[in-house]
Design a protein around this ligand. Structure first.
Ligand code: CTP
Length: 421
């Protein structure tokens, strides 16, 4: 593992970091620092308007590399092609609606877009803009065009935007951009395709159980671990369906099915489990839900409501009971006490093949964090995975699931990808 916690593709990679003119441009400083820490050689390219938001001197000091802004540089006569040719990866963060449009249309209006058009390296575009712009069909269409051409697009976060509005459009934090950069480099390196021919069904996030028209019961799950598993599996060649309560980015071989409640998740899983070779229940499914959610908003003047709860369906246990031969079921257990004991109990009681236990009371582990530390239990073994990025945990879980699948089918999985009879 490299010091930054990633799988290490960024080490020694030449990364052109394009910064466009949005308020999130100031975050490029932190991103540059993290890329350098991960071992990358960063060449910052700023658009003219980006320079209004962040000083070139800041980025150049952090990158130990001069910042480039102009197509007409006397030191380097043809920077637009030389930069693109040298790059192992081009990241655009933040990417504004204008840069996205120019890139999609092939308009080399400045050094950044010219570099994007001149490179054969993988490109990661990280849009950040006001919600109205992000949701505009012109932006959506341009991004769809870029995706179709193989450009990696990291969806923005939802949160507070410039001017105080709240909505989707925020630049994701540096850790997520680094994770996506590692993934883009890994995909470009033609990484192992050991899950090719297999179908994976993955769930992610905490379910939301309505109390009334505006309130719900939920939990602290961020869905990051489930999302990381789905993304890693798709990169390793699997056909993946991610049933998720949190927004997730679809991609090549990765379909996203949004759900909200345990019941919706149960239905989405039931419709797809039969054909799945591996099912990973990483979601934090509510165990109880309000029995009779109010269709309207409950009013304070009507007094404190008595909320009667009823159990939700146990999706994993249901899958365990109906499991067909040659299918692998993976459960998760987020615990605050005896992690291994509880994980072992759930492995047996739910009929799972693997149970991934983590201690959510520990620092930097589990809900909300970008890192995790887990124990992967099978019926015969326990594998400890120390504090690692959720991406690396995802790879370890997939490795363990593949081993189980091979054991269950008695041969390499690639040739056994068809549904069993
Ligand atoms: N799970 C599920 N359906 C539920 C509850 C949990 O499929 N209604 C799955 C989770 O996705 C996870 C595993 O079961 O993979 C364990 O979840 P957890 O909440 O830890 O288990 P519980 O059965 O709720 O156990 P307990 O309340 O005793 O901790």
């Amino acid at each position: 593992m490299d010091p930054a916690g990633g799988p290490g593709h960024l080490r020694s990679a030449t990364v052109v970091l394009g910064v466009a003119g949005g308020i999130a441009a100031y975050k490029a400083a932190e991103l540059t620092r993290r890329l350098v820490e991960a071992g990358a050689h960063v060449c910052p390219v700023l658009t003219e308007s980006a320079e209004r938001f962040i000083g070139a001197a800041t980025l150049s000091a952090l990158a130990s590399e001069p910042v480039r802004t102009s197509l007409f540089d006397e030191r380097e006569p043809i920077p637009h092609t030389s930069l693109g040719q040298r790059a192992d990866l081009v990241i655009v963060a933040p990417a504004t609606a204008r840069v996205i449009a120019a890139y999609a249309a092939g308009l080399s209006s400045d050094l950044l877009v010219a570099t994007l058009l001149a490179t054969r390296a993988p490109v990661l575009v990280c849009p950040a803009m006001h919600t109205e712009m992000w949701e505009h069909p012109a932006v959506r269409d341009n991004l769809a065009t870029l995706r179709r051409r193989g450009v990696h697009v990291l969806e923005p976060d939802t949160g507070r935007l410039a001017g105080g509005d709240v909505g989707p459009g925020r630049l994701p934090d540096a850790a997520r951009i680094l994770e996506a950069a590692e993934a883009a480099l890994a995909a470009a390196a033609g990484r192992r395709q050991d899950l090719a021919g297999l179908r994976l069904l993955v769930t992610a996030g905490g379910t939301r159980e309505p109390v009334d028209a505006v309130r719900y019961l939920s939990n602290r799950s961020s869905g990051k671990q489930g999302r990381a598993i789905a993304a890693a599996a798709a990169e390793r060649g699997a056909e993946v369906v991610l049933v998720s309560t949190v927004p997730a980015e679809p991609g090549p071989r990765l379909e996203v099915v949004p759900v909200e409640t345990a019941e919706e998740m149960a239905a989405a899983v039931a419709a797809r489990a039969e054909s799945a070779d591996i099912v990973v229940m990483a979601a934090a499914v509510a165990d109880f839900r309000p029995k009779a959610p109010a269709a309207v908003k409950l009013k304070k003047r009507d007094g404190v409501p008595e909320i009667v709860l009823e159990p939700t369906p146990d999706i994993l246990a249901g899958l365990g009971a109906a499991k067909r031969a040659g299918q692998v079921l993976v459960g998760f257990a987020a615990e605050t006490g005896d992690v291994v004991g509880e994980a072992r109990r759930k492995l047996q009681s739910k009929g799972a093949d693997l149970l991934v236990g983590n201690d959510v009371s520990a620092h930097e582990v589990g809900f909300g964090w970008d890192t995790n530390a887990v124990t992967i239990l099978s019926r015969t073994a326990a594998v400890e995975v120390p504090l690692s990025s959720k991406r690396e945990i995802a790879e370890a879980v997939l490795d363990a699931a593949l081993l189980e699948l091979r054991a269950a089918r008695g041969g390499p999985p690639g040739r056994q990808g068809e549904p069993q009879t």
